[in-house]
Design a protein around this ligand. Structure first.
Ligand code: PHE
Length: 343
């Protein structure tokens, strides 16, 4: 028995000494000290031994157990240390590398300022409990005009010059089409925004584009009034411009709201004293809005006697132009990467 123990001890220690692989230490531990291990087997069978050698064998086995445990631990430390050494020697960093050629210097991608402001607006509104909706860029006459209280031959159609497709559809002239889609999908009360690209058949100059971006907003609940609208708009503008902005409401006509407003902000370029951008008035038209017209609610399947709401259409290009003092709307679509890189 004594010999058997000695053999277990010598073989195990020899193995531990010679291995260079961390995982093998665990294998040998299980093989010798594990539940079905060699040494554990000896300890388990003590009861079958003659009483006079039982004590000696037990004592010896326990001694060997701690010697092996000790050896395992030392070897484990040694191997882990040298592994760190290997990593350091293989994964060294060449501090003399020419930065011009290093990965650091590769060109970065940039988000277009329109995307940046859109994401920011989405964050602001989702934090106020609004949901984000999407709609198609090619729309039907129904969603873009008819259901927004602009019947065929209504003069208000001329407010927005339209690109028509040959089959009688159109490129949406405003994100208000998303209002109708929203009402069809949701049950009141609800709050939604619908960001998107819109198109107008316009000749292009410094302040007109045929393609631009809006964020539509709509909130439907009981007893919604103009003060709810103003509060949310002020909240939005102060977060975007990172300061308290002065606003004023003027009456504005849009067939889908009643009353309708133009919300102006105090010109941030001149601070309200008058400049080219605000045409010396100190105010900039930024946010058409109003209370949703009962006809529009009806088109959306909502009872105007029970529910009311506000809607607004925020022009993103104008907003960015205000925020950064950009004086030509054509920069947004001309694809010049030097423009995008600045934001
Ligand atoms: N859709 C209008 C436009 O593009 C803006 C608007 C939206 C006005 C919602 C009132 C309410 O001109």
């Amino acid at each position: 028995m004594e010999e058997k123990l000695k053999k277990i001890k010598d073989d195990t220690l020899e193995f531990i000494k010679s291995t260079k692989i961390l995982d093998e230490l665990e294998d040998i531990r299980v093989k010798v000290l594990g539940r079905k291990g060699l040494l554990t087997g000896v300890l388990r069978s003590l009861g079958e031994l003659e009483p006079e050698i039982r004590g000696m064998v037990g004592k010896k086995s326990n001694e060997i157990k701690s010697i092996i445990e000790e050896a395992l631990k030392d070897k484990k430390d040694e191997l882990s240390k040298s592994r760190l050494g290997d990593v350091i020697s293989q994964e060294w960093i060449d501090v003399t590398l020419d930065p011009e050629k290093s990965a650091r210097n590769r060109t970065r991608g940039y988000l277009h300022p329109i995307s940046q402001i859109q994401y920011q607006i989405e964050d602001i509104f989702t934090s106020m409990g609004f949901q984000i909706l999407d709609g198609p860029e090619t729309e039907s006459d129904y969603y873009n005009f008819e259901a927004l209280n602009i019947p065929k031959h209504h003069p208000a159609r001329d407010m927005q010059d339209t690109f028509w497709t040959e089959d009688g559809n159109l490129l949406r002239t405003h994100t208000s089409a998303i209002q109708i889609r929203g009402m069809e999908k949701m049950t009141p009360p609800f709050r939604v925004i619908g960001p998107g690209r819109v198109f107008r058949y316009e000749s292009i100059d410094a302040s007109h584009e045929n393609t631009f971006y809006q964020v539509e907003g709509m909130m439907i609940d009981r007893n919604i009034s103009t003060s709810n609208l103003i509060y949310i708009m002020k909240q939005l503008l102060s977060e975007i411009f990172e300061r308290d902005v002065k606003v004023r409401l003027r009456p504005g006509y849009f067939p889908f709201v009643e009353p309708g407003f133009e919300l102006d902000i105090n010109c941030l370029i001149c601070g309200g004293t008058g400049c080219k951008v605000c045409k010396q008035t100190g105010w900039v038209e930024l946010l058409p809005c109003g209370l949703v017209h009962p006809n529009v609610l009806r088109f959306g399947g909502i009872d105007p006697d029970e529910w009311s709401g506000f809607a607004f259409g925020l022009g993103l290009n104008r907003l960015i132009m205000m925020k950064y003092g950009i004086n030509d709307i054509r920069h947004f679509m001309n694809g010049d990467i030097r423009f995008v890189k600045q934001f």
